[in-house]
Design a protein around this ligand. Structure first.
Ligand code: PMP
Length: 351
């Protein structure tokens, strides 16, 4: 009760409206359950869910379990001529491709900003384009996964999709205590949006977990109040920006062509030039993992260099799969990031 009240009070000014805590907010078992519950509630066999790739891999599981059909729209990496370093803003939507994916069959569009895995922060212009595409289809819900809402860097603005003209009625904003307070294991997430859609999620949620743990909700309600009082969000951002800079420069020095993220706590880096020897990166415990380039590089990085990364192909459908990137994370202590810098220095001699 305290948490839904707090969330209504907290997001009201951010979304520019008065939010009813009882009908327009629901708390969930992390953002993970929110995503599962809302896809279950809003889409089923015969419906389509649009996924912008690369996407947080949880999305596809929810879509498959709902029986709906995923429709994949890839971001394209286009280097800005003359740019000093690579940037996540260079991942762009092809407008024609996106528009063509939106039809009468579309029920949900999954949006993630700041994005996992690229760190892209969708600009107001890009979001307005998406809004223009969905506005004529009142049955479409845009799920705006904003779990990294507090993690944007270099003064880049996080635009809340629900604040765009007319979009409140069509948007479910998802976030969580997990990223904001570094407590993913607490599994406290939430959805804020118009009552009919939030109540649809409540019907699904009721049969998934029924309700979530009360003590953790109380703790998060208190944390949100305190966070505002002590300027926590700015401190969090500054600390992550330093961590981003540290990991980015370490990857850069190792020749991995990192793409500087405008947000989130991930960095994708290009490993296409890494030439592994025949035996490198091949061993797996289960023998079930793909033998593709990005998977092999990630295995080799883990076993031989001592740094774990995630192959980018796990964030793509088969249709648009690419194997040239891997994803690193900087949600680590500075000591760990320093150790990573030392290990990355040995990367080229281990090849
Ligand atoms: N959305 C995104 C984009 C994420 O990266 C994550 C966590 N990796 C989640 C949702 C899930 O959040 P939670 O830990 O609150 O379940």
């Amino acid at each position: 009760m305290n948490l839904v009240r707090k969330l209504a009070e907290f997001y009201g000014p951010k979304l520019g409206r008065t939010i009813d805590p009882m009908t327009e907010v629901i708390t969930t078992a992390g953002a993970t359950e929110a995503l599962y519950a809302l896809v279950t509630a809003l889409a089923g066999p015969g419906d389509e869910v649009v996924l912008i790739e690369p996407f947080f891999d949880i999305y596809i599981g929810s879509v498959i379990m709902s029986g709906a059909t995923p429709v994949h729209v890839p971001l394209h990496y286009r280097r800005q001529p003359g740019a000093k370093e690579r940037s996540s803003s260079e991942f762009v939507l092809d407008e024609e491709q996106f528009r063509a994916a939106i039809t009468e069959r579309t029920k949900v569009v999954m949006l993630c900003t700041p994005q996992n895995p690229t760190g892209k922060v969708f600009s107001r212009k890009e979001l307005e384009f998406i809004a223009d595409c969905v506005r004529p289809f009142k049955n479409i819900t845009v799920v705006s996964d904003e779990v990294y809402e507090w993690l944007t860097y270099d003064g880049i603005e996080h635009v809340r999709f629900a604040t765009l003209p007319g979009m409140w009625d069509q948007t479910l904003t998802v976030s969580s205590a997990g990223k904001t307070f570094s407590v993913t294991g607490w599994k406290v997430g939430w959805v804020v949006g118009p009552a009919p859609r939030v109540q649809a999620i409540a019907r699904a949620h009721q049969f998934i977990v029924f309700s979530i743990s009360t003590p953790f909700q109380e703790a998060v309600a208190t944390a949100l109040t305190e966070a505002e009082n002590i300027g926590y969000f700015a401190t969090l951002r500054d600390s992550y920006q330093n961590k981003r800079n540290l990991l980015f420069s370490s990857l850069d020095e190792a020749g991995l062509n990192p793409v500087k993220p405008e947000g989130s706590f991930f960095i994708v880096a290009d490993v296409s030039h890494i030439k592994l020897k025949d035996h490198q990166g091949r061993t797996t415990l289960t023998g079930l993992c793909p033998d593709e380039h990005d998977w092999r590089v990630c295995r080799w990085l883990t076993t031989d260099v001592g740094i774990a990364a995630i192959p980018i192909s796990s964030f793509y459908s088969e249709e648009h799969k690419t194997t040239n990137l891997v994803r690193f994370a900087f949600c680590k202590t500075d000591d760990v990031l320093e150790a990573a810098r030392d290990r990355l220095k040995t990367l080229n001699e281990k090849l």
